[in-house]
Unconditional design. Structure first.
Length: 283
């Protein structure tokens, strides 16, 4: 029997409908949520991501401010722009698209974004809050995964969850959120021994590795929930995940497709964070 598809595209449309209603209500009360997106250089993939975010903002009525800076922009110039946006009352969220050119220290730049406008939740202050479970912003991809699980009625209490990948933007925070949901969590990485055996224990397997079709059916227990975070562009231009969808979907109970799974949820959570930030600016 095949797995049930966790349709991130459909679920995110439902959420965006509610978010649009929220934006309409805020605008009627004189508050127009705004997101500033900053892109440095000409990376084509980043350009696509920025355009998608801009389009998603427009669709639900969030104002978007786009800053496309030349590749040679200095770290100081970029920080100056961030500081200006920090003070701008019409901007409620600031997103600096990664990766930045090599001559700019991304950590330095992200540290300068006001934690109140840090809608990506990459600032150490917000990361720390996620760690202790007392947060207002959640990083968008982990938040999107949790929404998918919750809205699909997947109960996490006492479940064995395995996260493959320990990045600051996906692996570590999703592990924390699963833990806060009372799951038992194991985090794996490139130095993990017996990866296959550990993955086969998982009731819920989250894969964020960045390697096409890395996880096949041998890594998956019968009936597991499999969340594929990976976005890999193949030579033929097609996008594929970190999970071998065809074989794993035969074994799993639920699975996210790529594209159309975690990706759309990530952008939706960015919209949600921007609206939340606008509301918080009033308090
Ligand atoms: N859907 C979305 O919205 C979304 C958002 C963000 C990222 N992504 C995608 O998700 C993927 C992961 O992103 P990321 O930023 O988390 O990547 P990352 O920073 O490159 O981290 C990859 C992680 O995978 C681990 N890893 C690499 N090879 C491994 C192996 N052979 N066995 C076990 N673990 C291994 C690495 O371990 P070490 O720490 O030991 O090196 C690292 O922790 C990428 O494809 C990215 O494009 C998607």
């Amino acid at each position: 029997m095949g797995a049930i598809i966790l349709n991130g595209k459909e679920i995110s449309q439902e959420i965006r409908k509610d978010l649009k209603a929220k934006v309409d209500e805020l605008k009627q009360n004189g508050l127009h949520p705004g997101l500033a997106v900053v892109l440095v250089g000409n990376d084509p993939a980043s350009r696509i991501y920025v355009n998608n975010k801009k389009k998603a903002c427009e669709e639900i009525g969030i104002r978007s401010f786009e800053y496309i800076l030349p590749e040679k922009t200095t770290e100081e110039e970029l920080i100056q722009l961030v500081e200006t946006l920090n003070k701008d009352n019409s901007v409620h969220g600031i997103l600096v698209q990664l990766p930045l050119p090599k001559h700019i220290d991304a950590e330095n730049v992200l540290l300068r974004i006001s934690p109140d406008k840090d809608v990506d939740s990459f600032h150490p202050f917000n990361m720390g809050r996620v760690m202790i479970g007392d947060y207002y912003f959640l990083p968008c991809t982990p938040a999107g995964i949790m929404e998918l699980l919750i809205r699909s009625g997947i109960n996490l209490v006492g479940k064995e969850c395995v996260v493959v990948g320990r990045s600051n933007i996906v692996g570590k925070p999703i592990a924390m959120l699963l833990l806060h949901s009372n799951a038992t969590v194991t985090i794996c990485h490139s130095k993990t021994r017996n990866l296959k055996e550990i993955c086969r224990r998982a009731d819920v397997l989250v894969v964020a590795v960045g390697k096409p079709k890395f996880i096949n059916a041998d890594y998956v227990k019968d009936g597991a929930v499999v969340i594929d975070v990976g976005i890999n562009r193949l030579e033929d231009g097609k996008i594929c995940g970190d999970v071998d969808f065809d074989s794993v979907s035969e074994k799993a109970s639920y699975i996210t497709p790529v594209p159309g799974g975690v990706g759309p949820m990530t952008i939706t959570m960015l919209l949600k964070n921007t609206i939340m930030s606008a509301e918080l600016s009033r308090q």
